[in-house]
Design a protein around this ligand. Structure first.
Ligand code: OGA
Ligand code: ZN
Length: 380
């Protein structure tokens, strides 16, 4: 192992990390990320100090590395801290990462209709008792933004047991759970037999519910199939075909509104394609039913904005983009509602159709998955 080198009069340190890469770390970064008892509560891991407790003149006055750790002494205070080299390797930031606008996180895989052949699906009885099976199922949701679950109880409220596997229900004006069946005076077109274009739910909320579960209790009516489509793949295709259109849908806000129930007036102003400041694709909002007048696009760009909106609409409806299935009683699907759109074919005739729906959030799911993954690593 090469010794650590002090750079730029102590403003940074450079060393070779496990894996062989030479990486630089700033003194201020190292000091802020110290794990010693004066910096972090050893029980809960939370930071005890603020930046005001760290001198802006912080520099490294001594640095050595052995096989496992980097040992640093900071000035002022002659404060000694050591760092696990693997931890440093995991958190290294000294690399050139080309970022093209619209890039997706490495744990995400975008898909089209060909996902049908390798649909992520699991059995309720299995994920309820096996951490490994639950981990695989949750990991598929993180990767594809979608998964099915079969073999659940055919019982009103059973979808709450699904959410219990990983997190918490997000209650809304539609209730903790909502009935998706034909109603006489529906407060939402979802509660009719009409077909529904591919959409993300509730884009008029800010923040939107980030997960949605739709659970089937009856589905003997003719029609009523569901389709799901990866909004991220649709956005990628739009970008390929029409980079300016992609740019318009990500740079300008759309507006969404719901006022269909007494005492409810939900409004949001957000782009249909949402990017992080560094260009990461993080969200798609698309819902023909609740889009309200778009007023944040300059006059000169409106025609092109609508052309891009139309193309995105075609892409989310395209058969080569959609995975379709008909839920059986006791089956459900879960979508990442910031990414994957769902649709329904109209239904009618003999028989009945009854789904229950609810919302939940990704923070709980990703936390549960991270814990399962850490446990898995420990037992390996
Ligand atoms: C919904 C919805 C689809 C269906 O309730 O949000 O889109 O299959 N329902 O009924
Ligand atoms: Zn919906």
């Amino acid at each position: 192992m090469e010794a650590a080198k002090i750079l730029n009069e102590g403003k940074a340190v450079s060393l070779t990390l496990p894996g062989g890469a030479e990486q630089r770390f700033h003194a201020i970064w190292l000091r802020d990320n110290a794990w010693d008892e004066s910096t972090r509560a050893q029980g809960n891991g939370q930071r005890l100090i603020t930046l005001a407790d760290i001198s802006p003149a912080t520099r490294v006055i001594a640095a050595t590395a052995d096989e496992r750790r980097l040992h640093v002494t900071f000035d002022p205070g002659a404060h000694e801290v050591s760092y696990d080299l693997n931890w440093l390797a995991e958190h290294a930031y000294d690399g050139f990462r080309p970022r093209v606008s619209g890039w997706v996180a490495p744990e995400i895989e975008t898909w089209d209709a060909t996902l049908s052949g390798r649909l992520a699906t699991a059995e309720f009885a299995t994920v309820s008792v096996s951490d490994a099976a639950l981990g695989n199922w949750l990991s598929a949701i993180r990767r594809f933004g979608f998964a099915k679950l079969s073999g659940g109880p055919v019982k009103s409220g059973a979808l709450l047991d699904i959410v219990d596997l990983f997190g918490y229900v997000r209650e809304t004006n539609y209730g903790k759970i909502f009935e998706v069946r034909t109603e006489v005076n529906p407060n939402n077109l979802a509660f009719t037999g009409l077909g529904l274009q591919a959409h993300t739910d509730n884009p008029y909320r800010d923040p939107v519910p980030t997960l949605q579960v739709l659970y089937c209790l009856e589905n003997s009516a003719t029609g009523g199939e569901n389709m799901v489509v990866d909004g991220f793949r649709a956005a990628e295709r739009l970008k390929q075909e029409d980079p300016r259109g992609f740019d318009l849908l990500s740079r300008y806000c759309a507006r969404f509104e719901y006022t269909g129930s007494t005492g409810v007036c939900l409004r949001s102003r957000r782009p249909m394609i949402e990017l992080m400041p560094d260009g990461e694709l993080v969200g798609v909002r698309f819902n023909n039913r609740s889009a309200s007048p778009i007023v944040d696009v300059p006059y000169d760009d409106m025609d092109d904005y609508y052309a891009a909106y139309r193309r995105l609409s075609e892409l989310v409806d395209a058969p080569d983009m959609q995975v379709s299935f008909k839920l059986q009683p006791g089956e459900c699907f879960i979508v990442d509602n910031t990414r994957v759109l769902h649709a329904r074919r109209g239904y009618s005739g003999e028989g009945s159709r009854w789904l229950q729906g609810c919302y939940a959030d990704k923070d709980g799911l990703l936390s549960k998955l991270a814990v399962l993954e850490m446990q898995g690593e420990r037992t390996r």
